[in-house]
Design a protein around this ligand. Sequence first.
Ligand code: DHB
Ligand code: FE
Length: 298
Amino acid sequence: MATIVGGIGTSHVPAIGAAIAREQQQTPQWKPFFDAYAPAQAWLEAARPDVAVVFYNDHGLNFFLDAMPTFAVGAAAEYRNADEGWGLPVTRPFTGDPELSWRLIEDLVEEEFDITSCQKMLVDHAFTIPMKLLWPNGASVRVVPIAINTVQHPLPSPARCFKLGQAVGRAIERWDGEARVVVIGTGGLSHQLDGSRAGFINKPFDRLCLKEIVEEPRCLTHYSVRELVALAGGQGVELLMWLAMRGAVGEHVARVHTHYQVPISNTAAGLLVIEPDVHGECPAFALGQGEGSSLDQL
Ligand code: DHB
Ligand code: FE
């Protein structure tokens, strides 16, 4: 039986990759940001996942406007990265888990999700940067990337992405592979890179998201994509990946760690680590436990 050990939401700003490449993690500007990942790394070390299922959004590396799947599930033995033009070093390939990929694809189609299956898939900064932040010495986990369209409208709704995550969670738990699985959602929090609102950040909305994604994720699924863009910015809509991650981890979760920092590049950077709460306790009990988990710090 496969087990979901927990979930992680994290931003994926390319400037983070540049700071890593230049070894600037301990500079005054970057130290608070990188230090915030230490509890997440320690949690991963203790949780010992074998596989990471990663909800992320491709920004034009693998999919472009000519052919844009709403949901695309990786089914490759290996995922390569390539130069996107951000000046980041190209990372080594990531090892896939085709058996779990096909389990997910079969169950998702069975549950009426019309996904695209990808036996070849390049992964961009939205995948590689979170992997580097969470496993700075190199990831030993196998990976299954799941791309959600946040580039070409119409985008899938928050409710649909949450349901996709729930279906992925069920499929993982039905899988008879002996594996511990961590589910990751990358992107956000609020940001807008272009247009008249370029630089837009909405701290109150980000704080609300970091609270409700743990306690009442369905509050966030009632927004339309238009409302999400208005509240979080054109690219803040990447919250969709966090909702998919949250859906996968299960009904009751406990907060392990949270960090929020404004801005990293143009973006309100968020980090969240959650665990399934097997006792079904009110997640509020978990608040205040674990370093940096206090909501007062948000
Ligand atoms: C930035 C943020 C993103 O999510 C992204 O994909 C690219 C750039 C930024 O803040 O610079
Ligand atoms: Fe992005």
